[in-house]
Design a protein around this ligand. Structure first.
Ligand code: PMT
Length: 226
């Protein structure tokens, strides 16, 4: 699309990986660097959008001209995304969000006790933010997009996830210990709820981001934020 096809639009992007605290010094986390989400934020700003970037534990510097909200856990990310999404034309969930968190947060550092086996770690479900956004449609005509990080049967799992989440677009990418996480490049297939499948060849994360915005721009109703 044209360089300013998102002018007058407000878009929300989540990036990075959530950390689910166990105690003041430990957390359950994942390998997301935030690079894919930051690429989405930068490219949307370059196309004229007002961008809110909700960043979970990324070491990357704030992109110029983007409103950045920094969060830690999935619960914090949910709150920040829902607040920003209230008047958004589009929301893209690129963050790697933990499905579960420790059932108990220990306010003091958990100690190992001599001669005792470790306690099993009890987990509870986190809210599914993408499913909630898709069901709520906080603003009329809002386009909701997610990512699917898969290690195997990537497309089959992606198609099932699109149906389960109820979003308009799902960007399916393969991940591994050193695949996609932290990398400068990515490849993906963007699945549409309308049945379209758009393959994006291996290349810079900005190129995938621009394709995502092309597909979102094509789905936005005419007009924009007043
Ligand atoms: O940050 P990088 O190093 O650049 O790596 C990029 C990436 C691999 C993190 C990114 O491309 C990616 O795939 N992000 C989504 C990771 C993820 O959480 O995938 P998932 O398949 O577990 O979740 C599916 C979708 O639901 C995602 O849009 C996720 O944000 C969302 N979700 C998941 C769980 C949850 N409780 N709430 C959610 O909203």
């Amino acid at each position: 699309g044209a360089a300013t096809d998102l002018a007058g639009r407000h878009v929300v992007v989540s990036a990075g990986g959530t950390r689910e605290p166990l105690d003041p010094v430990r957390f359950l986390g994942n390998r997301s660097s935030g690079k894919q989400g930051y690429a989405l934020a930068r490219t949307a700003a370059a196309r004229g959008a007002r961008v809110t970037l909700v960043a979970a534990n990324s070491a990357l510097p704030d992109p110029a001209g983007v409103d950045v909200v920094r969060v830690g856990s999935a619960v914090e990310l949910r709150e920040a995304v829902l607040r920003a999404a209230a008047d958004a034309d589009a929301v893209v969930m690129a963050a790697a969000v933990a499905d579960f968190r420790p059932a108990v947060y220990a306010t003091g550092k958990i100690k190992k006790k001599d001669g005792q086996e470790p306690e099993p770690l009890a987990l509870v479900r986190n809210p599914d933010i993408l499913a909630e956004l898709s069901a709520a449609r906080l603003r009329a005509g809002q386009v909701v997009a997610g990512f699917a990080a898969e290690t195997d049967d990537v497309l089959a799992h992606g198609r099932a996830k699109l149906a389960a989440k109820g979003c308009d677009l799902l960007v399916v990418n393969e991940v591994g210990e050193s695949k996609t996480f932290g990398a400068e490049e990515n490849e993906a297939v963007v699945l549409g709820a309308d049945g379209t499948e758009t393959p994006v060849p291996y290349g810079p994360k900005e190129a995938l981001a621009d394709t995502v915005w092309d597909l979102i721009a094509a789905r936005l109703p005419a007009g924009g934020s007043p």
